[in-house]
Design a protein around this ligand. Structure first.
Ligand code: M5T
Ligand code: MG
Length: 614
């Protein structure tokens, strides 16, 4: 048994099936031979147990009852007793040894299947499109990738193998019982139909309750995840009590559903125990009558009374297993809901030029709306940019600036019109190529909880030398900040390391993009949350970054956009003004003119205040 014999990745999309048991069966894939081996080991173990009862019968009838005056192999009584004892010990060894072997195999297969499943899910989720991620709750996704995968692990290690074990135990013991006495054997399973009926009913109930339970668990982990991520907002609004109350309410609901699940679960055991208890008793009485009437020997009766327990035990456990299996099936459905999602094709476009782009961009009547939204976010947007030019986007919040630039790397697909890049329809480019060519400094930069060095060299697909990273950091005006941290470039970001300010994060991202060296640059800076000095530094860094690239810059400050070749003023998804600073500034009463006037007035007032303070 060696995991290296198995590929660590398996495409679980091929296991999708409307029948969940078929789906689970498919999930076992390459591991099936091991399951078979595990089942065979169990069969051997079961047979050893049953053989023990035959030995018991032989012992009782030939020694205890004193009928066998001649012992085999001309052994004397002591030797014979020792042989019998050795026989029992041997059988116990076989039984235990094979049960252990089967357990090992089951553990191996279950861990193997779920390891692949986790790998697959992570890989798959990375490839889903943006709209899936924006409409899915992270907590729910995490829940499905952890708790549900774990339920499947239990299914594969216990239930899948357990069903095999139980069926084998039942079959072996039933055949053995038949060999003892046919009538008695059939009489011993007379309650089977009742048990099966009870089981089916419980199975349905528990499946439903388990579904409810898992659903609520997802609600809870979403609440937890959102509160952890949004802890600043909660604290800023001093809203802890509300959030705690909400969590308690959700938790109470989980408690309620969990209780219901467990009650149903724990009802099954005594109920089936009761039916089987009566069955057992009836069998013992019937067997006793047969013995009294000398239809069977005392040894047979003894063997029967041991064996019948091992016949009924599997029946009862089969029920419980089937009931537990419902958890596996529910989790299968929940995981398949992710697996079903269509991936974003990274290399669907035919065009994937070997060299870099020139960077000429033409928007022709482009309209766009989010798949989950009803209103158009962009309306017939048209403009042209020559290679190396800079386009500035201005507009109130929610006017569609970020949405517009996000069309370029094909994060979303526009509904109408056309975007041409170097004379080729954007939709003809492969997404992978586009994303290599476009660098984005996002509105809310995200850094990984890794070192600053790793964050700067993230996703470049090649080894980056230390001096390259440093040069980029210097150009992005972040080098000084970094060396002031305790571990310099090795300082960890986030939970276990330093927490960077918004402006610092932005500059780390700029350094990253400098190294990426894309032909098209998008700078989405709606926050402007930095002080004047830093802003000047960032602007200088940005100017270095913009050189020779087609650049889209989103900003609120006129100074940042004044030098752009083309300024687009957006309002509710429409371009309301278009032109250079010179052209726009002369348009009296226009939005641009108003913004300019307000901002220069504020700046002047500031200057006066500053000079007075001196
Ligand atoms: C433009 C809506 C949003 C707004 C409009 C991201 C996103 C946005 N919207 C959706 O319906 N679904 C979404 O997933 O689209 O949004 P924007 O482009 O982000 O606006 P902006 O960048 O100009 O605003 P800001 O605040 O960054 O300056 O109506 O509801
Ligand atoms: Mg935005």
């Amino acid at each position: 048994m060696n995991l290296t014999n198995f590929s660590t990745y398996y495409d679980f999309r091929s296991t999708l099936h409307t029948n969940r048991l078929v789906g689970l069966w498919r999930m076992m894939a390459d591991f099936r031979p091991y399951y078979l081996l595990a089942a065979i080991s169990l069969a051997v173990s079961a047979m050893a147990k049953t053989a023990g009862f035959f030995l018991l019968r032989y012992f009782a009838d030939n020694v205890l009852a004193g009928t066998g005056s001649s012992l085999p192999f001309s052994l004397n009584l002591t030797q014979f007793l020792i042989a019998i004892a050795l026989g029992f010990m041997g059988l116990a060894l076989v039984e235990g040894g094979f049960a252990y072997f089967s357990g090992r195999l089951a553990a191996f297969t279950a861990e193997g299947v779920t390891r692949r499943l986790r790998n697959f899910l992570f890989d798959h989720i990375q490839r889903l499109n943006f709209s899936y991620h924006s409409k899915t709750k992270t907590g729910d996704l995490i829940e499905r990738c952890t708790s549900d995968v774990d339920a499947l692990r239990r299914f594969f290690s216990q239930q899948a193998i357990g069903v095999g074990r139980i069926i084998l135990l039942f079959v072996v013991n039933f055949i053995a019982l038949l060999s003892l006495h046919t009538g008695l054997a059939w009489f011993s399973i007379i309650s089977l139909p009742f048990i099966l009926l009870i089981t089916v009913w419980f199975f349905k109930q528990i499946t439903k309750r388990y579904e409810d339970y898992q659903e609520q668990e997802a609600v809870l982990s979403t609440t937890l995840q959102e509160n952890l991520t949004g802890v600043r907002v909660v604290k800023a609004f001093a809203n802890q009590n509300y959030e705690i109350g909400k969590f308690e309410k959700d938790n109470l609901e989980k408690f309620r559903r969990g209780k219901l699940l467990l009650i149903t679960h724990s009802l099954y055991w005594p109920l089936s125990q009761f039916v089987l208890g009566i069955q057992l008793l009836a069998g013992y009485i019937f067997g006793a009558l047969l013995t009294i009437n000398a239809e069977i020997t005392v040894g047979t009766y003894l063997a029967y009374s041991g064996m019948v327990i091992w016949l009924l035990w599997p029946i009862q456990n089969l029920g419980r297993l089937i009931v537990d299996t419902s958890a596996g099936m529910v989790s299968y459905t929940r995981i398949m809901a992710i697996t079903k999602q269509i991936r974003e094709p990274l290399s669907d476009g035919k065009v994937s030029p070997a060299g870099p782009l020139k960077g000429e961009i033409v928007f022709e009547d482009v309209s766009f709306k989010y798949s989950d939204g009803s209103a158009e976010v962009l309306n017939s947007i048209s403009f042209k940019v020559k290679p190396g030019q800079t386009v500035a986007l201005l507009g109130s919040t929610g006017s569609g600036k970020t949405s517009l630039v996000n069309l370029l790397p094909r994060f979303h697909e526009y509904s109408n019109g056309k975007i041409m890049l170097d004379g080729v329809d954007l939709k003809d480019y492969s997404r992978k190529y586009l994303r290599r060519q476009i660098g984005i400094v996002e509105q809310e930069p995200f850094l990984f909880s890794r070192s600053i060095r790793e964050n700067i060299s993230y996703g470049l697909g090649r080894d980056i030398r230390g001096d390259e990273i440093e040069a980029a950091a210097k150009a992005a005006a972040i080098h000084e900040d970094i060396i002031s941290f305790p571990d310099g470039y090795s300082t960890l970001v986030g939970e276990r390391g330093v927490t960077l300010s918004g402006g610092q994060k932005q500059r780390v991202t700029i350094a990253r993009i400098l190294l990426k060296n894309p032909r098209i640059l998008i700078f989405d800076d709606s926050t402007s949350s930095v002080d004047m000095d830093t802003e000047a530094e960032i602007r200088a860094a940005l100017n270095r970054l913009m050189e020779g690239r087609t650049t889209f810059i989103i900003a609120h400050r006129i100074q940042t956009v004044m030098n752009a070749d083309l300024i687009l003023v957006l309002n509710k998804g429409n371009i309301v003004q278009k032109g250079s600073h010179k052209e726009l500034i002369v348009q009296k009463d226009s939005i641009y003119r108003q913004m300019f006037d307000i901002q220069t007035r504020i700046d002047e007032e500031l200057e006066i205040e500053v000079s007075q303070a001196k």
